[in-house]
Unconditional design. Structure first.
Length: 528
């Protein structure tokens, strides 16, 4: 055992509480766990881990001992993802509302590239009356950036497209789009490719309206009412959702108000409110030119052909796979397109392609709210049939094979929101329990070989990058019921003492990553 590993084990032993409570004393809440590196065992990988606390304007790079190698300050709290680039710069999203009317969980609105020395290389606002970036971005090999954005559709236009009128928020509906941005100058961007979910609809409510058909026999199209509930929310459910949204704001994740989600003024009681899809993650595979997006409201991952032109992406024809911008494949919850079959995803986050031949391999953090048998999260790797010649095939979407999974074993893990999973080069898997700010490295045989509880202090600024003081905003992720995840040890609860340490996800960079060359032999500032 190395000196580092020995010191971590000894420190952990000292943290075990002794039983000194007097007989009959009322037990108090569980103590706040000591934060930092709690486990570092043989088999753990090296490199560095990138974390962007949701209640801090600073992004941190830490080593295997939890030492801060470098940090990048910003004016904005995360909105929400961040990436270490090969030149040592940081590509990140910031929470900036601008003049956008779109407010909700995962809101962003600004994309920045910050140099190693703190110089602002690119600072692009993507929040206006037409659209607003949220949740995640994806850097491309050509230097461009894919961004998830909300865009507005009026109530009248949504009804004209076949949307159930009772499932539309007072602010209309916000379908998601994907924009490919080419950075221009210090703050501008050229949209060089785009895909819009609203171009690929089907509905079975009104034969006199466009795109009428059976969603189950047209799985490459998006049922405009896939999220419609069979009954209105009860008063107890509405109260529970409101409490959960308040908790998420404490994590630094919640955003603006979607009043109809809580059934106010009699609107939206059966639907998902304005934030229709709540796409919370995006990834790109250069080998196949595929884009994967995580659509939380549908409990599905959708695959899109990036090889299309923008014009082809508006249609169902063209591109390398011949389907234009229609969905090439989808999996997670067959009921989202009216089909039968086992549901395998439950409000998931963070799809990531894994290297593979003869199939598409994808890791996903399966949040697990509403899972049969009780809420529990898992880190999953799925194998999906795919060949270069036939793609995903022409028949109904094939059910994926669960190639690997970890759900904490004897320790029940559950985070109902945010969080992520990353397969590492050594074969281990990095699991981020975002609500707790807890990062675990798990071996292929399910041993936790490294554990880190991020320990950076939240900013003491007036609004942590959110709206100005005095303006109260409401909101949070839709659907699935509130999480009841807990702090380390599997205790129920969630939030509470851990709320100031929440992170959207964590990313590990291997020791040979070019961006880490600048930190060899150096240690950056710490803010603990």
């Amino acid at each position: 055992m190395s000196p580092l590993q020995l010191s971590v084990v000894l420190a952990a032993c000292l943290l075990v509480p002794t039983s000194s409570a007097q007989e009959g004393a009322r037990p108090g809440p569980p103590p706040e766990p000591e934060r930092g590196v709690r486990r570092a065992l043989e088999g753990a990988g090296g490199g560095a881990t990138l974390v962007a606390p949701l209640r801090s304007r600073t992004t941190y790079l830490v080593d295997a001992a939890g030492v801060t190698l470098h940090s990048w300050p910003s004016e904005w709290t995360p909105g929400n993802s961040a990436y270490l680039m090969e030149d040592g710069s940081l590509l990140r999203c910031g929470k900036d509302a601008g003049n956008a009317p779109y407010r909700g969980g995962g809101e962003g609105g600004r994309i920045q590239r910050i140099g190693w020395d703190g110089e602002l290389m690119w600072d692009h606002q993507l929040a206006n009356s037409r659209r607003r970036q949220h949740h995640d971005i994806e850097p491309l090999p050509n230097g461009n950036v894919l961004a998830i954005v909300w865009e507005g559709v009026s109530t009248e236009d949504a009804i004209a497209a076949g949307r159930d009128a009772g499932s539309i928020g007072d602010r209309g509906i916000w379908p998601d789009a994907i924009l490919e941005l080419k950075p221009v100058g210090a703050s501008e961007a050229e949209v060089v490719w785009e895909w819009h979910a609203w171009d690929h609809l089907i509905q079975d409510r009104d034969p006199e309206k466009p795109n009428y058909g059976d969603p189950a026999t047209h799985p490459h199209r998006i049922n405009v009412n896939f999220d419609r509930r069979e009954r209105p929310r009860s008063a107890a459910e509405l109260e529970r959702e409101a409490a959960e949204e308040e908790r998420l704001r404490g994590l630094g994740y919640g955003g603006g108000g979607d009043e109809p989600r809580r059934g106010r003024r009699g609107r939206g009681g059966r639907g998902g409110g304005s934030d229709w899809m709540h796409t919370n993650g995006i990834d790109y595979d250069p080998a196949t030119d595929l884009i994967a997006i995580s659509v939380r409201s549908a409990s599905e991952v959708w695959f899109i052909d990036h090889s299309t032109t923008t014009d082809e992406a508006r249609t169902g024809e063209g591109g390398r796979r011949g389907r234009g911008g229609d969905l090439l494949h989808r999996f997670g919850r067959p009921a989202s397109f009216g089909a039968e079959g086992e549901q395998v995803l439950f409000h998931q986050h963070d799809p990531q392609f894994l290297p593979s031949t003869g199939a598409v391999m994808l890791s996903v953090f399966n949040n697990g709210s509403g899972r049969p048998g009780g809420d529990r999260s898992s880190a999953d790797v799925f194998k999906i049939p795919f060949t270069e010649d036939a793609g995903f095939g022409d028949g109904p979407p094939a059910q994926p094979e669960l190639a690997w999974t970890w759900d904490g074993g004897e320790e029940r893990i559950f985070n109902g929101h945010i969080s992520g999973v990353q397969r590492l080069g050594n074969g281990n898997t990095l699991v981020c329990l975002g609500e707790e700010g807890r990062v675990l490295e798990v071996s292929a045989d399910h041993r936790v070989v490294w554990e880190y509880l991020q320990d950076f202090k939240p900013d003491e600024g007036p609004n942590q990058g959110g709206p100005p003081r005095g303006r109260r905003d409401r909101g949070g992720p839709p659907g699935g019921g509130p999480p009841r995840g807990g702090p380390p040890g599997g205790r129920p609860g969630g939030g509470g003492p851990q709320s100031s340490h929440a992170i959207f996800r964590a990313s590990r960079y291997e020791a040979d990553h070019p961006g880490l060359a600048r930190v060899k032999g150096k240690a950056g500032p710490s803010d603990r």
